[in-house]
Design a binder for this molecule. Sequence first.
Ligand code: UD1
Ligand code: UDP
Length: 387
Amino acid sequence: MKGKYVILTVFGTRPEAIKMAPLIKNLLTSGEFATKVCVTAQHREMLDQVLDIFDIKPDYDLNIMKKNQTLACITKMVLENIEKVLEHSKPDIVLVHGDTTTTFAASLAAFYAKIPVGHVEAGLRTYDKYFPFPEEMNRKLTACIADIHFAPTYSNYENLLNEGINPDAIHITGNTAIDALKTTVLDDYKFKNAVLKKLDFGKKRVITVTAHRRENLGEPLADICNALKKIAMNYDDVEIVYPVHLNPAVQKPVKDILGNTPRINLINPLQVQDMHNLMARSYLVLTDSGGLQEEAPALGKPVLVLRNETERPEAVKAGTVKVIGTNCERVVSETAVLLDNEAEYKKMAHSVNPYGDGRASERIVAALRYRFGLTENRPEPFQHAAY
Ligand code: UD1
Ligand code: UDP
């Protein structure tokens, strides 16, 4: 007789870990599956920060990260090293998350081993193959391989349908990012980071900034930094907090342009509780991150997206997120509108939650039970009134 079905979760970077953590917890507490965790460690320190906070102890650690790694190198290292993990753990399904190179390479390796793949956070699209790069293509290729698709929103579901994916294989679940957020943000939270401990959130308007994406490296990132410098110069009641990604191609220009600038706090990557509570206490968020575009709207914080396109249009439609690109003057002027015009600020500063209700992991576990015949009931989809 077959024992418990084996579920192998595979992830490698900070955002994947944050968004897979609630699902792993749910799988473990359900007790119905043998749940295994494999990290590629495409990120090292930034991944370990998350594993620590959520107390996840990987069964397998491929430890592949190299300084200034290339996409080909990540792909090759994952493909080569994960083969023996698949042989050893013999999963009934491999679960991957999102759009990183770990996601795509792990899916490909599972396919080569004829192991079914479940894709968490499926169906987000810009339909521009180079934006975000290489994430748009990673996510599309993973969809081609996947056997079961966990689409956060209805529009993600529609994208998959339009690509010919069988609707029976798609579950609309909400985004597990919101599950994580529900556990981290606390009214009486005490920051661990020394800079955040000292910030006077009552007197200062705090702008949280992150920028790290490959398509923004070089000139766009320099433009963003120059814009931040002008904003800090123009407003003495503003404090900018920028936790700088560990990529040397981000660290160097950011520190060169913004080091020792009054009212700009360049800090190390924050552990996730500090990060979420920082956003919850901020005035607004400037970012090129995918995850922040989902989290900030749930916290009622306006977001200016430092990219030309987004695969997360729901909060843009809801009016709390605006895609502004990276042009220095535009970043300064759009930020000024929100700092100077209370009515405009209020229009954007309301809490919406098109991305989830905190129960995405629960629905994914229910969908897996359904797939493996442990229940006859297909889980109800996540529904958001407007989307
Ligand atoms: C990766 C993902 C991107 C995701 C981002 C989240 C790909 C191609 N890109 O991009 O989709 O948005 O993670 O942050 O999958 N580094 C460290 N320590 C760390 C992490 C990174 O030193 O803990 C440095 C290393 O020098 C590494 C470099 O950052 O080579 C870049 O990391 P990489 O994973 O290749 O790209 P990201 O820009 O982080
Ligand atoms: N985050 C964090 N510490 C930081 C910056 C971001 O914990 O210093 C969290 C953030 O709240 C979100 C996720 O990391 O949950 C986003 O990761 P990232 O911006 O690296 O990747 P992306 O979302 O762009 O893929």
